[in-house]
Design a protein around this ligand. Structure first.
Ligand code: SAM
Ligand code: SF4
Length: 332
């Protein structure tokens, strides 16, 4: 297909940001993301090889993608991750990674070599016992020290915190306090429903509530709204005296669909044009048949719905029959 340089949907949204999931597997078992027993293992051949990841990424770049973020599952457990990072760094894109932080110390030199500036680390509690219980593993100390290591090495560090009522919502102020003297951005993420993760509207902490708690603790006038970047999914704030900042990702209560520029590629090579949509297109199968991927990518984006995957009456939905894959198999 000729003369196509951009991935634009029927609502005029240009998609220049690709999130690639490198694996469905993970060395943690965060209860809101992953079943305790892990995900069912599938044949290795179901998943993209490193070469296929690079090949597909290149095709997206040809269609105007300028930003790639690696995610998972846990991207740092992918065999060959260092090579993937180095190969992707040769593309004209801003490269980032979202990780649980456990293995950061083993790959930080590659991050530097690959020119990565931004590393997102998930940490849902500042209390060791609580974090280990949420993640069903015992890596708290290691993750905390790896966050410090990233800051020391001048990476732009964002800490993702999925807030769940009665689990960690009493730590909102502790997390914001952390940004006072540390150059990091804490991002509170509204809990989202995925396959079997016990989500309901009552245990989701909405943006409004997070701000109320912050305003009560610090006083409204001490919280400064930071200008959000174009296509930013985070509403950003900082305390008047802080080095770092905090933000809120309100996928549930206040979605950012109007400016969505994201495409997701799952570890098994399927394109998902929206986190809330179940429809997927199998890019990997087409690649293996030597088909031209570009029309397939464009078709997927042309099917993208205006908001939240086209779900009707979203605010009233209970997601009880939620057939959405678990986050770990989509790639957060
Ligand atoms: N393992 C890496 C990590 O934890 O950062 C990358 C993959 S993880 C699926 C990506 C992000 O999705 C994490 O920040 C995680 O907290 C978030 N996430 C997972 N399940 C979620 C849910 N049910 N609601 C909201 N965010 C979720
Ligand atoms: Fe693993 Fe990240 Fe999911 Fe936690 S949130 S289980 S670290 S993929």
């Amino acid at each position: 297909m000729k003369n196509i340089t951009k991935i634009v949907d029927t609502f005029g949204r240009e998609h220049n940001y690709l999130r690639i999931s490198l694996t469905e597997r993970c060395n943690l078992r965060c209860f809101y993301c992953m079943p305790e027993e892990g995900v069912a293992l599938r044949e290795k051949s179901c998943f993209m090889t490193s070469e296929e990841v690079i090949e597909i990424a290149q095709q997206f770049v040809d269609l105007g993608v300028t930003k790639i973020r690696l995610t998972g599952g846990e991207p740092l457990i992918k065999k060959d991750i260092d090579n993937i990072l180095i190969q992707l760094s040769k593309l004209p894109v801003e490269l980032g990674i979202t990780t649980n932080g456990v293995l950061v110390d083993q790959h930080i030199n590659t991050f530097k070599e690959a020119g990565i500036k931004s590393v997102n680390v998930s940490l849902d509690s500042l209390k060791e016992e609580r974090f280990n219980s949420i993640s069903r593993r015992n890596y708290f100390k290691r993750i905390r020290s790896n966050i410090d290591l990233l800051i020391k090495n001048e990476f732009n560090v964002k800490v993702n915190v999925v807030l769940i009522k009665g689990v960690n919502d009493d730590e909102i102020v502790d997390f914001i306090d952390w940004t006072v003297s540390n150059p990091l951005q804490v991002r509170f993420i509204e809990f989202m429903p995925f396959d079997g993760n016990k989500w309901n509207w009552d245990n989701m902490v909405p943006r409004k509530r997070i701000l109320e708690i912050a305003e009560k603790a610090y006083g409204e006038k001490h919280i400064i709204k930071v200008k959000d970047r174009a296509n930013d999914t985070t509403a950003n704030y900082r305390l008047f005296n802080s080095v770092g900042s905090f933000g809120i990702i309100s996928s549930m209560s206040n979605p950012f669909c109007d400016t969505c520029n994201r495409i997701r590629l799952t570890a098994d090579g399927k394109i998902r044009n929206c986190l809330f949509s179940n429809s997927e297109i199998d890019l990997l199968a087409s690649l293996r048949k030597n088909q031209d991927l570009k029309p397939i990518i464009l078709e997927s984006i042309l099917n993208k719905k205006k908001q939240r995957g086209g779900l009707k009456d979203f605010e009233k939905a209970q997601f009880t029959q939620n057939e959405n894959r678990s986050m770990v198999t989509i790639g957060g």
